[in-house]
Structure formats: structure tokens, C-alpha cells
Design a protein around this ligand. Sequence first.
Ligand code: CP
Ligand code: NVA
Length: 307
Amino acid sequence: MPSSRKDFLSILDYSREELQGFIDLCLEQKPLARKFELEPTHPGRVLACIFHKPSLRTRISFEVAIRQLGGTSLYLTDKEIGIGSREAPKDVGAVLSRYVDAIMIRTFAQQMVAELAANAPVPVINGLTDLLHPCQIMADVCTIVERFGTIEGKKVVFIGDGNNVARSWLNAAARFPFSLVLSSPDGFQIEDSYLEKVGNPDYSWIEDPREAVEGADVVYTDVWASMGQEEEAEKRKKAFQPYQVNDDLMKLAKKDSLFLHCLPAHRGDEVTDSVIDGPHSVVYEEAENRMHIQRAILCKLMPKNIK
Ligand code: CP
Ligand code: NVA
């Protein structure tokens, strides 16, 4: 892997072929991992996992993935490190790299992750920022490829906030040949300034969720207020009420459409129980795939054990 791309900070940092390489390895390793037949290719390697926000999936899937490769992990919160307050991100990146073989970080500012990565010789992986959630969308693409055989030509409709998950979907649309529709209230779209950075994906914004979801292969949603937006939750709940993914909305998608949600879900808000527990939903498969794709990313970014 070229050193300029030692990290996994954004889907946009990689070409379609390289992203496909992660997906192929993910799908190749998944059945082996399920049967405990995966070769422990990275014995003794240590992954530092830094969390400034809560997590179930990201933490556990990374910690288990590195163990499946023969390595181990460290869970670090901001209480210990104080990135940006006790110590500059660049110093944290440089020092941690002397102890560990890769760093996964979940935090608020993408800039902090970039600064840490710029000064860390070891790979740095973005486990979610306010801007992006690239590992999530890689798992989502794997889930779609598993179910449909390909994402090519599919219509993915994201119903909800133009947030970190939506922006990473946009990045995926800039690399893979599928069409992405975002349906949100006016004012909650992906920012024009971000759209300009992404190039020319097959992307559109449609305010009316019923119009947007017409003929969808994949219907996706996420919470209306992301971590860090808790004080806006009530205001957002009102604005997003017409954007609930329920049975009436799902009926407008294709018969064999998939329902995906990155989780955690606020059942009864952005999605009804009947949809998330219903026949279209693949949310638990999607959650499992976080572990398989992240293991593939670790495998490709971390040098194998040198004896
Ligand atoms: N989807 C996801 O990232 O879940 P966690 O917040 O639980 O890690
Ligand atoms: N948009 C959500 C995703 C959680 C996995 C958040 O940032 O809280």
C-alpha cells in the first residue's frame, strides 16, 4: 500500500479497485472467520482504539477483529489521553506509534484524526467523526454485494439527515457505479461545499421521501440527531417526522429491496419495529459485516508479522 494511503480516513482516499480489494478480502475471510479457520496472520500486533464518543459495534468489532488476526487491542478514552487538551494530536500520533501497530479513532473533528494520522507512522483508521463514517459504509456495501451479487446499477435511497453516514455514502457513490438519493427536509442536505469536493457521483436530493423511495433497491436510514447533537433532538424530531421509514414507505421500494440501518436505531422514530424486524431488514448482517470489513482493512494496512 503506498505510504500516502497508509490510513483509512475516508473512502475517497482509495480507488474503486482498492476498495473492491477490501470487499473481496472481507467476503473471502467471512466464512473462514465464522468457522474459526482464519489464519492468525498478525500475532502480537496491537491496535489502539480511541473513543471520544460511545460505541457498541465499532469498539467490539475492531477489538474482536484484531484478536482473530492473532493480535490484541487497547481501549482508550479521552479521560486518559486528552487529545487536543492535555496533548497535541500530532504528539499523540507519534508517541502511540512507538507502542502500537495501528490506531482506530472515533472522535468529533475529522481534522483531529488527520493531524494524528499525519504524524503517526502506523495506520490510522477513522471509526467515525462528525464528518464521516467510512468503515460503516464499507460494511454496508459488502452487505449489498452479498445479497445482490453487486452494487452496480442499484438505487440506494438514504432517508434522513445529511450526516456523517450520508456523506460517506456519497463518497461510495463517487467510487462505485450506483445511484444515491438523499431524502431529507430542506436544510438537512449534504452541504454544497462537501458535494463540490466529491466530484461527480450519481447523486440527487429529493425532499419528498415517497418520491425518493420509488423503485429503491436499498432503503437506508440513521438517527435524526447524531452523537453530539443531543440538544437539537427535539427540534429534529419534529422536522424529520415525515421521514420515518415505515411499512407504507417500504411498499414504494422494490419488492426485494433491502432495509439497512447503521444502528443504534431509535425504534419508533426514524424506523418502525415492523420495518427493522421485518422481511426486508438486514441490519444484524450489516452489523456483523463491520467486523469482517474492518479485519480486511487491518489486514491490508498492517504489515504481516515478520519473523
Ligand atoms: N454503527 C456504529 O458505528 O455503531 P456504534 O456507534 O455502536 O459503534
Ligand atoms: N450518525 C450517527 C451514526 C452512529 C453510528 C452518529 O454519528 O451518531
